[in-house]
Design a protein. Structure first.
Length: 469
């Protein structure tokens, strides 16, 4: 790990600029190709995507690097053995490019919130709640519920920077982080899990959103109730009185009215973004991943023009490019290789046997089918296989009509599985970030501290899916 970090620190600025420019060009080609779907652009996009894969591969973490290399090689080998033409191979390389574009561009949404000082207002209110453990837990989990879609995993870094000087117990933070962000995976059209599943099931976000956000809100409430009912003992680890330094900070932070106005504007911006996304999807019927990517680009531009802060974008955009170059290597190689592998695997006897087996279980009992799918995803991701690989391979084999359910119900089943696996697996980026933030191993954070919460997601989720089915 240290060698990997050292290697990253030795990368020259020119190499970083090349990588970020290549990744952004790849995203740009995808957006252009959607409106101008000509073969020349597709092949150009394929070359850029493959170049991005090989450029990011050496800088990826060891396990993703080896696993992605294997999937990429096996995928092309299977395609070659079946005698697929260049167009089919290109389709495999580009299979997950819409998802990758969304993941790369969504962090741009956070720039206006940082420049507008909205996070300072949130920090002000978190400081005021430090004496009440339950309110603080609710505030942190709600912050992640609202900002996780926009900041992605960066939302955990942002909130941890806000509370690290409050001397809170790691258990409180570990629980709040997992409860808050796991709900994002269930409902947000900005997040990769929702975008990918809806993309493969050819489902409009408006047809899924009510189910997704309903279950996400249920889990948010359950997570807070579990903390209040079963973990009251952790309240004694939070200070009952605000330290003098914190009181001074609050006293000098400005009037409460100023921060109240900031919070109201913040809520208004969040509602506006979600409304724009839903309206555009309803009017255009364009893919959700495309719409979110376009909004991610346009929102900072429009905000800077309206607030006359165009030059202020330079520094945060440069920081955005540095973060993309240093922290997105694993995602780039895993998403691209998973698309190649899943496409090549889709017409094999192995894929057909998985399909027949799952259809047989579904014909006997939909409840048993739901439990089987969730446990398969949890087991495979816990041992280190990336969720994007497992879900992609499984979902392209499934036909909701054959299973006897609706696409929205099947989508929720995969969302629930993805959310649980992200919180439980000690090699998942979500779990890794939370565990590194609180200074504890991923197994302890996911299984010991949040085992009851994940079990509640499993039981409530299976019952919820079965009832709506």
């Amino acid at each position: 790990m240290q060698a990997h970090v050292k290697a990253e620190s030795q990368v020259t600025p020119r190499a970083l600029t090349l990588k970020s420019g290549l990744l952004l060009s790849m995203c740009f080609f995808y957006l252009v190709h959607f409106f101008v779907p000509i073969l020349v652009l597709q092949y150009g996009m394929t070359l850029l995507t493959m170049a991005a894969f090989f450029l990011c591969l050496p800088k990826a973490s060891p396990f993703p690097r080896y696993f992605a290399s294997m999937m990429f090689a096996v995928g092309f080998f299977l395609a070659f053995m079946r005698g697929e033409d260049l167009r089919s191979m290109s389709d495999g390389v580009l299979m997950n490019l819409p998802l990758l574009t969304l993941v790369l561009l969504v962090p741009l949404l956070s720039i206006p919130f940082k420049l507008g000082g909205y996070f300072q207002a949130i920090h002000y209110y978190l400081q005021k709640m430090v004496a009440d453990s339950k309110k603080l837990f609710a505030s942190i989990s709600l912050f992640l519920f609202c900002f996780g879609p926009i900041l992605n995993l960066g939302s955990i870094r942002v909130v941890h920077d806000m509370v690290k000087d409050l001397k809170l117990h790691p258990v409180l933070l570990g629980k709040a982080y997992l409860v808050g962000f796991s709900t994002v995976i269930l409902w947000s059209p900005y997040f990769a899990s929702v975008a990918l599943v809806l993309y493969y099931l050819e489902l409009n976000v408006t047809d899924y959103m009510l189910l997704g956000i309903s279950f996400a809100l249920i889990q948010l409430v359950v997570g807070n109730l579990l903390y209040a009912l079963y973990y009251k003992k952790w309240q004694r680890y939070t200070p009952k009185e605000e330290p003098e330094s914190q009181q001074a900070t609050i006293a000098n932070s400005g009037s409460a009215a100023y921060y109240r106005r900031k919070m109201l504007r913040l809520v208004g911006l969040l509602v506006l973004l979600m409304t724009i996304i839903f309206l555009l999807e309803y009017m255009t019927r364009w893919p959700m991943m495309l719409l979110v990517s376009l909004v991610a680009i346009l929102f900072p531009v429009v905000w800077s023009i309206l607030n006359r802060k165009w030059k202020a974008l330079n520094q945060p955009f440069a920081e955005y490019r540095r973060n993309m170059e240093r922290s997105m290597n694993n995602e780039v190689v895993m998403f691209i290789s998973a698309g190649v592998f899943a496409t090549a695997l889709s017409d094999t006897a192995f894929a057909a046997s998985i399909n027949q087996w799952l259809n047989l279980i579904a014909s006997e009992s939909f409840l048993l089918f739901s439990v089987t799918v969730v446990l398969m995803i949890l087991l495979l991701t816990f041992i280190g296989i990336h969720t994007i690989v497992v879900v992609t391979v499984l979902i392209i084999q499934m036909d909701p009509a054959v299973i006897g359910t609706s696409p929205a119900v099947l989508a929720l089943l995969f969302m629930m599985s993805w959310s649980m696996s992200a919180a439980l697996s000690p090699v998942n980026p979500f779990n890794l970030l939370v565990s590194s933030s609180v200074g504890k191993p991923g197994v302890i954070v996911g299984l010991r501290w949040n085992g009851i919460y994940i079990a509640s997601m499993f039981v409530i989720g299976i019952v919820f899916v079965y009832l709506i089915h």
